[in-house]
Write a protein that binds this ligand. Structure first.
Ligand SMILES: Cc1ncc(COP(=O)(O)O)c(C=O)c1O
Length: 391
């Protein structure tokens, strides 16, 4: 199986061929409830009629023209994104890592324009994940991601996510930017305390450091608001988005606040594929849905899911903690890796992250009965599972 594919993933044997809403089906007709959503991507679920119709139409019209020419969706999607995010301008990318590359490069260029070209460093958090390209990897803390690939970009300082004193000291070295995820996703679904987030904003202001929010996983409506940082009342200087942005097609975006929009000039940055008509047509559908009430469903289903998970925590002592917000949820549980396999065998797709967390990132379109069904599978599986022996 997969003989000519590089072994960068541990893949399940099932071959998924179709889906509708939060349901996935394999080639043998077996049904799964998808509470991973392609790792935070499939916001509109599978087989979304409006998205499919738009893409069928667009595929017959125009797929690609390059960024040297105009097409009908660039300005519309950029305007919607800036309106929703409260930002001024956007650079379109193809992935989360690329959106972060853009943010890091833009921060350095901004420092040059401020006549502080020596400010090239970055500060990032322990437990943070920002992608696997060289720049994004350099601000990602996990040793397992970094170690085989050094030397990475120099001048990166990591600080613990709960230590403001360490952050203050790191910012005193005058880096170009601080990059944080308001909710660390790969790191185990840790929301940064709102007080911490506000203090970090103030420290960035005081030290002239740009604040980058990586909302690749927690943003684009996943918490019930378009930007996750808004729960803490924090506006970053730059924010990066990707995963659900084009409903399942590869797309990233780096947005900047007013005052930074002219940092790049023609030739500074680019991408052959990014911002093409096919992908932006998909993004237009997603953003329309968000503007037309989908965020309310995220909030309602998120609350329902959280309530059900808290009930499971009361029922099963091995369930230690329910983390997250909206539809980015982490269940810290003893024996998480084994439980994730059992859930999959019982028809619920989730994943295990940070060693002890079952992560749930379902589509935004999930219905109340989908949440009930997922909770029922969790309950049955926890009941049937032997209590894990402590590590
Ligand atoms: C917070 C965050 N940033 C960046 C990335 C990288 O995104 P991509 O895999 O699209 O490059 C991820 C991917 O999981 C992520 O969770």
């Amino acid at each position: 199986m997969d003989e000519h594919v590089m072994r960068t993933y541990v893949r399940q044997p099932q071959v998924f061929v179709s889906g509708e809403g939060a349901v996935l089906r394999d080639a043998e007709g077996r049904r799964w409830l998808d509470f991973l959503g392609g790792i935070a991507v499939s916001a509109l679920g599978h087989g979304h009629a409006g998205l499919a119709a738009a893409l069928r139409d667009q595929a017959g019209k125009l797929l690609h023209v390059s960024n040297l020419f105009r097409h009908p969706y660039t300005e519309d999607v950029a305007t919607r994104l800036c309106r929703l995010a409260g930002m001024e301008a956007v650079f379109f990318a193809n992935s989360g890592a690329e959106a972060n590359e853009c943010a890091l490069k833009l921060a350095r260029k901004a420092m040059r324009l401020r006549n502080t070209p020596e400010r090239t460093g970055f500060v990032a958090l322990e437990g943070g994940f920002h992608g696997r390209t060289m720049g994004a990897l350099s601000v990602t803390s996990g040793a397992k991601y970094r170690e085989p690939f050094g030397p990475l970009v120099p001048g990166v300082t990591f600080v613990p996510r709960d230590d403001l004193r360490a952050l203050e000291q790191a910012l005193a070295t005058r880096p170009a930017a601080l990059i944080v995820e308001p909710i660390q996703g790969e790191g185990g679904v840790h929301e940064l305390p709102h007080e911490w987030q506000r203090a970090a904003r103030a420290l960035c202001d005081a030290s002239g450091t740009l604040l980058i929010h990586d909302e690749v996983q927690c943003g684009t409506g996943r918490t019930g608001r378009f930007l996750c940082g808004s729960w803490a009342g924090v506006t970053p200087d730059l924010v990066t988005l990707a995963k659900p942005l084009a409903g399942g097609l590869p797309m990233g975006a780096c947005l900047v606040r007013a005052g930074l929009e002219a940092t790049f000039v023609p030739g500074d940055h680019g991408s052959t594929f990014a911002g093409g008509p096919f992908v932006l047509r998909a993004a237009q559908v997603l953003l329309e849905e968000l503007e037309n009430g989908l965020l309310d469903n995220v909030a309602a289903r998120g609350a329902q899911l959280r309530e059900g998970l808290l009930a499971l925590q009361r029922e099963f002592s091995r369930v230690r903690e329910v983390r997250g917000r909206g539809l980015i949820v982490g269940l810290r549980v003893d024996g998480a890796a084994e439980l994730q396999k059992q859930l999959y065998a019982n028809g619920l797709v989730t994943n295990c992250t940070a060693g002890d967390v079952i992560r749930l990132l379902p589509p935004y379109v999930i219905r109340s009965q989908d949440v009930d069904e997922a909770l029922a599978i969790l309950r049955t599986t926890l009941r049937a599972a032997p209590t894990p022996t402590p590590a």
